[in-house]
Design a protein around this ligand. Structure first.
Ligand SMILES: NC(=O)c1ccc[n+]([C@@H]2O[C@H](COP(=O)([O-])OP(=O)(O)OC[C@H]3O[C@@H](n4cnc5c(N)ncnc54)[C@H](O)[C@@H]3O)[C@@H](O)[C@H]2O)c1
Length: 240
């Protein structure tokens, strides 16, 4: 890295929601940020000082390779892009399952592999999993894909540690973004009732955790899953 260059960060799915907040936070923390999304990347990047957009569909492996080849090595990669939908176990098709895996897991792997080949010691990868990796109703395909993200995070942490690359995951609980439009109002109310803190998180709450794990000064945490869920995993919302 040249002395006058900021460290370079790439955030996927950064045109809205959690990714947008992460990109803004990393920009404020001194990174040059690439805002990657299949829709709206340039408009979102325009709102962040020093950021630029990359209009890429992550399932397009050639476009992903070309993007990484054209950039200097990343100091931070945040794999945030993901999809979600609600479907009962017996209603899930193989196509539903494969599509979920293709975006939430396979695309994350492909980008991480391409980026990590060029990363220098000290680089960070942060994968956005979900608290749902522990288990949840009515989205088995999503739960399984996020559990796989956790497994992949741990495997990558082991294999990339000798190169000085640290890999962690953040597992958000309920966060107020457009993704939650897939939940009915009844399901949303039921979910909130299980929150010890009684509220959904904000995208900025996830960005805080990511900024900590992606920071150049962070040097001794790898293979971890940080739950950012307002305490839901404590089970206190059940009142027991
Ligand atoms: N919102 C929550 O409550 C919540 C909870 C746990 C985990 N998460 C995870 O956080 C991440 C972000 O969620 P969000 O709520 O901000 O979602 P969102 O739907 O608001 O934003 C996701 C972004 O990813 C982009 N994207 C999706 N597929 C893509 C592809 N193939 N190529 C390029 N871009 C693509 C979308 O265009 C969108 O801008 C996801 O991985 C999600 O699973 C969210």
């Amino acid at each position: 890295m040249m002395d006058n260059q900021k460290p370079l960060a790439l955030v996927t799915g950064a045109a809205r929601g959690i990714g947008q907040a992460i990109a803004a936070r990393l920009g404020a923390d001194g990174f040059e940020v690439i805002v990657l999304d299949r829709d709206g990347a340039d408009a979102a990047a325009a709102a962040i000082s020093g950021a630029r957009g990359a209009s890429v569909d992550l399932t397009n492996a050639k476009a992903v390779e070309a993007l990484i080849a054209a950039e200097r090595p990343l100091a931070a990669l945040v794999n945030n892009a993901g999809i979600f939908d609600e479907r009962a176990f017996f209603d899930l098709s193989l196509e539903d399952f494969r599509r979920m895996y293709e975006i939430n897991l396979v695309a994350l792997f492909a980008l991480s592999q391409a980026a990590a080949r060029r990363m220098e010691a000290g680089a960070k990868i942060v994968n956005i999993a979900s608290r749902a990796f522990l288990g949840a109703r009515n989205h088995a395909h999503y739960v399984a894909s996020k559990a796989a993200v956790v497994g992949l995070t741990r495997a990558m942490a082991m294999e990339l540690a000798p190169r000085g690359i640290l890999v962690n995951a953040v597992a958000p609980g309920l966060v107020d973004t457009p993704l939650l439009q897939a939940l009915t109002p009844e399901r949303m109310a039921a979910q909130l009732a299980l929150q010890p803190t009684g509220k959904a998180g904000r995208p900025e709450d996830i960005a805080n955790a990511v900024a900590f794990l992606a920071a150049p000064r962070m040097d001794f945490i790898t293979g971890q899953v940080l739950l950012v869920d307002g305490g839901k995993t404590l089970g206190g919302g059940l009142g027991l």
